[in-house]
Design a protein around this ligand. Structure first.
Ligand code: CDP
Ligand code: MG
Length: 778
């Protein structure tokens, strides 16, 4: 009843009754997540025979929150799990009786592809909107569409479904992306701000920013625990490993059972006590010394009676009598970890009061920043960093990297200390770092992700029209349609209806850019998957610099001979480098000798592991291969790998200019690629093979795919070149090969049938410009 949001119940309910969309802002812990669904429930929403019989849905970006909040609300309403239920990816408790349903936003998005009008629901509460996760943003966009679609229904159709309300909840007041965005909601939704009771929190910056924030956190927590009055401590670290490590350190220092030094001390005290008791009890004349070896009695002879005020009080019993003694050392800390992969039961322990005489100490990731509020926190220790999902904009590879959070997040974290009374926040970094290195707000995830990945993701949710999609922070239309085009070429979407294909669906499961996803998806044949994975891993890692230097070192090539030297592709060369590195025992010396960055090589190995596990999880016939060493690919496999590379870079084909000008025929003979111009597929531009390429010193191929275009001062160059056979194109690049007679070119002689009359050669007109290609066998 004392939660700030309860004071606004009437205002909130009235707003929801009178508006289709309502925004609620309120500090973390003000009761939004736990109370608003209850207001609705108690006002009759979701009752089977009311006007609004549909379910009340609450979406959460994190699974932890979906589960724990459902449990909490069920407890507060005294209703079973079958009524206040949760649904996350692998855990569902919903039933016929469900009235309130907590779920992750991913789950609701998947439901939307089945039931676009959300006919099951009476209210959709989108929680934690301030986090600006990709799924939350997309969900808000889709839901705004759902509302429009519903509004456009005919009167009869509309009568068949119940009205739907949308509530967007945010822990910050920064909601203009939702309210002032006319593509989202026709009428700006009202914003209700809940004034939370927030006690002052004193912020303490470190003088210096330490290298090791875990060690620093350990020191800080020790100080707080040893010197400051009671109150829970909440520590923000970046991930599970750090959390477990700090848990161990703190549990060792402040155990709930005596540490080793104290055991020694106790032994000493007990022995002395026993001697004394013995002396007191001794009958004069009896031998009292001699053998004291069995005076070392077991612990079961004594009893721990209290652990108050940093003192452990024991009662010790021996055959000579009873003896009470105390040992003082620090009061025990009740240390609990909190991160999302922790089992639910363990997560819920943070909400329970700590055992008497102990101080609560929760070590958490940014789960505790806004999603869950832990009661009784008075001290916050903030390392200032968070593990963030990062996307390499070029490769689309996701990684989790540790970096400074934003000023807004740091403020949220500090705020956790002021829920129950004045508090303290210790920031383990200097104010200079805070001023200079912290962003004001974190960027919405959608702006950090490569757009092709976002588009593929949306297609996999059944959103076909992405160009006009109402994003809270819209990407540029042009980049959206470009991404859509690429997906078409990759065969991930149908080029006419723009709907996802089965291949696209498989690709959408992989957290890499669609190009690489395509390579992985089709690479699972001819025993080539390990190679394809190694190629993707190598291309995703910044070893470009080393690569160029390496090219100059001719001798390096002889060293990698065992890995099967193929001189027709820079990418296969990269594969050789990976193979040679592993073959040589993956040592730093090898890297040094061969001008490789050993960090990058380690990274490649890690990525290979990750991708292999992922592929094994997604496709039944993938074995998790254990040996990082690869045998070199066979000739047949090399050809296949080049086709896989072509498939991933099918929009990056270039054909030799002289061949095109010659109507698709052989053209001139060149000794090397110097000065030999190529025409790019999508522009009038000309480009040249970069001198750093393995192909530069050879007869230049008629067709190639490139990884990268590099604009130099005088000309544009290809990097990461693979020579390809044009015969592959109609098969691999179906989408942009059209067969028939090119408009401006005569039919070359060889486009007729061959002598054996079996093989038919055709000339495809190629790409948007109707380029002729050398003959293709189909
Ligand atoms: O959503 P918001 O951050 O506004 O607050 P909430 O999650 O609804 O939490 C309201 C209060 O309920 C907080 O003081 C929490 O500490 C408390 N709570 C709890 O004691 N046990 C839970 N399992 C969940 C919340
Ligand atoms: Mg909440």
């Amino acid at each position: 009843m004392k939660l700030p949001v309860c004071g606004e119940e009437q205002v909130i309910m009235e707003a929801i009754r009178n508006n289709t969309v309502v925004v609620i802002c309120g500090e973390t812990g003000s009761g939004k997540t736990t109370q608003v669904p209850q207001f609705l429930y108690e006002a009759g929403w979701s009752h089977p025979d009311s006007d609004n019989p549909g379910l009340i849905a609450i979406t959460q970006p994190r699974r932890v929150a979906a589960v724990s909040m459902a449990k909490r609300v069920g407890y507060e309403l005294n209703l079973p799990e079958s009524v206040v239920s949760h649904q996350i990816r692998y855990d569902v408790t919903t039933s016929e009786k469900t009235r309130i349903k907590f779920m992750t936003d991913g789950v609701l998005l998947r439901e939307l592809s089945q039931d676009l009008l959300l006919t099951k629901y009476s209210v959709i509460i989108i929680d934690e909107a301030h986090e600006r996760n990709l799924n939350t943003d997309i969900l808000i966009g889709v839901v705004s569409r759902v509302l429009k679609l519903r509004a456009e229904l005919s009167r009869e159709d509309r009568a068949k479904i119940k009205p739907l309300r949308v509530v967007i909840m945010s822990a910050t007041l920064r909601v203009s992306d939702f309210t002032e965005n006319s593509t989202l909601f026709t009428k700006p939704p009202p914003v209700i701000s809940v004034n939370a009771r927030q006690y002052p929190v004193s912020i303490h910056f470190n003088k210096r920013t330490p290298e090791d924030h875990v060690a620093e956190a350990f020191k800080k927590v020790s100080k707080i625990h040893d010197r400051l009055p009671e109150g829970g401590i909440l520590i923000f670290l970046t991930g599970q490993n750090e959390i477990q490590h700090l848990c161990k350190l703190l549990r060792e220092k402040y155990p709930s059972l005596p540490p080793k030094a104290a055991l020694e001390e106790r032994k000493r005290i007990r022995q002395a006590a026993e001697l004394e008791l013995k002396r007191d009890a001794a009958i004069p004349g009896e031998e009292s010394d001699s053998d004291d070896s069995d005076s070392d009695l077991g612990f079961d002879e004594e009893e721990l009676v209290s652990t108050k005020d940093g003192k452990w009080e024991y009662i010790y019993k021996c055959e000579y009598g009873k003896f009470t003694y105390t040992i003082s050392y620090a009061a025990p800390l009740h240390v609990l970890p909190l991160y999302s992969s922790l089992p639910t039961e363990a997560q819920l322990r943070v909400f329970q009061p700590p055992p008497e005489g102990t101080r609560l100490c929760v070590i958490a990731t940014n789960v505790a920043e806004t999603s869950v509020t832990i009661p009784g926190i008075r001290y916050v220790v903030d390392c200032g960093k968070a593990k963030e999902r990062r996307y390499d904009i070029k490769t689309g590879v996701q990684s989790f990297e540790v970096d400074w959070t934003s000023k807004a997040s740091a403020g949220q974290r500090a705020g956790r200390a002021g829920r129950t009374g004045p508090g303290h926040c210790y920031r383990l970094y200097s104010s200079a770092v805070f001023d200079h290195d912290f962003e004001q707000f974190s960027t919405p995830e959608i702006s950090r992700m490569p757009i092709e990945g976002v588009v593929l993701n949306m297609k996999s949710m059944g959103i076909d029209n992405v160009v006009n999609f109402p994003f809270p922070t819209p990407p540029e239309r042009q980049t959206l349609s470009k991404a859509e085009k690429l997906l078409g070429y990759l065969g991930a979407i149908d080029t006419d209806v723009k709907h996802i294909t089965p291949v696209g669906q498989a690709m959408a499961n992989l957290p890499v850019t669609p190009r690489f996803a395509k390579m992985l998806v089709i690479g699972n044949q001819q025993d080539c998957l390990p190679f394809v994975i190694a190629i993707v891993a190598a291309l995703s890692t910044e070893i470009a610099k080393a690569r160029r230097r390496l090219m100059r070192k001719k001798y390096f090539e002889s060293q990698i001979k065992h890995a099967g030297l193929d001189r027709s592709s820079d990418i296969l060369k990269l594969l050789n480098v990976v193979g040679a590195y592993e073959y040589a025992g993956a040592t730093a010396e090898f890297c040094e000798e061969n001008f490789l960055r050993s960090k990058a090589m380690e990274e490649i190995r890690k990525l290979r592991w990750q991708l292999t596990n992922l592929m094994a999880a997604l496709f039944e016939n993938v074995d998790v291969w254990v040996d990082p060493k690869m045998l070199p690919p066979t000739k047949r496999q090399i050809k296949f790998l080049k086709q896989v590379i072509t498939a991933g870079f099918i929009d990056s084909v270039a054909i030799r200019k002289d061949v095109i000008e010659n109507g698709g025929q052989g053209g001139t003979r060149f000794k090397n690629a110097r000065g030999v111009a190529y025409k790019l597929m999508w522009s009038e531009e000309e480009a040249f093979i970069h001198p750093g390429s393995i192909l530069y010193s050879q007869e230049p191929p008629i067709a190639l795919v490139y990884n990268e275009l590099f604009k130099g001062a005088t000309k544009t160059c290809f990097k990461g070149v693979t020579a390809i056979d044009t015969k592959w194109l109609p098969e691999i690049g179906k989408e942009f090969c059209s067969f028939g007679r090119p408009l401006d070119h005569p039919i070359p002689k060889y486009s007729e049938q061959t002598k054996d009359k079996k093989t038919v050669y055709v000339v495809p007109s190629f790409g948007p410009k109707g380029w002729p290609l050398p003959p293709i066998q189909v």
